[in-house]
Design a binder for this molecule. Structure first.
Ligand SMILES: NC(=O)c1ccc[n+]([C@@H]2O[C@H](COP(=O)([O-])OP(=O)(O)OC[C@H]3O[C@@H](n4cnc5c(N)ncnc54)[C@H](O)[C@@H]3O)[C@@H](O)[C@H]2O)c1
Length: 251
């Protein structure tokens, strides 16, 4: 088990990719701090499921775009489970708004949730890890849209492309502290975020037709990639961005 004895924070774990990551982490031996902004049956069920696997799990409600909530997630993690080894910045939102209609508020909301949140939680996490004199690993979740244009995403796409630069730059400053930082760009993954695409036969076949493997991915398939990067198997990998997209970007 590649994450045996590790303690990990996963943000946005109430559903979708975050849930898939948390499930794989628990199966690979990790204890988990599960965050989401909305109290949901899903988050509590996931906590029970992980405890059923013999691992520890705590749930922490909080908005990752707020500094105080970010600090609270790590306060609870360190207090309830012990020094945290892995941070997965997964929480994110996507809205689809034509460029000419986009308002300052809509731009800011996406930037704060998808990008500022990752900067703040990386900083807070790294300060704590350095104070503990321990090694650690961070995986930031970006998007295929770092490299592919889809309509109505002039706010979302930059927020995700910037995750790549954030990852590379933090990895350069944190390497000497033994903290690795990598990024995963998911392609079309079957989650509530994109159910509107998959539920429309036309849209579904249009998008799936661009994917080499000819199907959407599953949240747990992103979880496996994140687990690899977070684990000691990737001990010499940092500052990288990996597309887990079934061959969409390359087609
Ligand atoms: N599904 C895809 O096809 C796809 C593709 C590329 C990238 N992504 C990225 O993967 C990540 C997960 O996406 P998903 O498809 O599972 O989405 P989702 O909407 O199904 O789940 C996202 C979860 O994050 C939570 N969340 C949202 N804002 C938050 C905040 N401020 N603080 C804490 N939690 C918050 C939501 O409540 C939700 O439970 C996102 O960053 C998304 O941009 C998804």
């Amino acid at each position: 088990m590649k994450l045996q004895g590790k303690i990990a924070v996963v943000t946005g774990a109430g559903q979708g990719i975050g849930r898939g990551i948390a499930e794989i982490f628990a199966e690979q031996g990790a204890d988990l701090i599960l965050n989401d902004v909305v109290p949901s049956k899903g988050l509590e069920e996931l906590g029970d499921w992980i405890r059923g696997k013999g691992r520890r799990a705590v749930t922490v409600l909080g908005d990752v775009s707020l500094r105080s909530d970010v600090e609270q997630i790590f306060d609870r993690g360190w207090a309830d489970l012990g020094p945290v080894d892995i941070l997965v910045n997964n929480a994110g939102i996507e809205t689809i708004i034509p460029f000419l209609d986009l308002t300052d508020e809509q731009w800011q909301k996406v930037m704060d949730t998808n990008l500022k949140s990752q900067w703040m939680s990386c900083q807070s996490f790294c300060k704590r890890v350095i104070a503990d004199s321990r090694k650690a690993s961070i995986v930031n979740i970006g998007s295929i849209q770092a490299a592919r244009v889809l309509p109505g995403r002039t706010h979302y796409a930059p927020s995700k492309l910037a995750v790549e630069a954030l990852t590379r730059n933090i990895s350069a400053e944190m390497g000497s502290h033994g903290i690795r930082v990598n990024c995963v760009h998911p392609g079309l993954i079957d989650t509530p975020m994109i159910s509107w695409v998959l539920e429309s036969p036309n849209l579904r076949s249009q998008v799936v037709g661009q994917i080499s493997l000819g199907r959407p991915g599953l949240p747990r398939e992103i979880g496996s990639v994140v687990a690899f990067l977070a684990s000691e198997e990737a001990a010499y990998v940092t500052g990288q961005s990996l597309f887990a997209d079934g061959g969409w970007v390359g087609k």
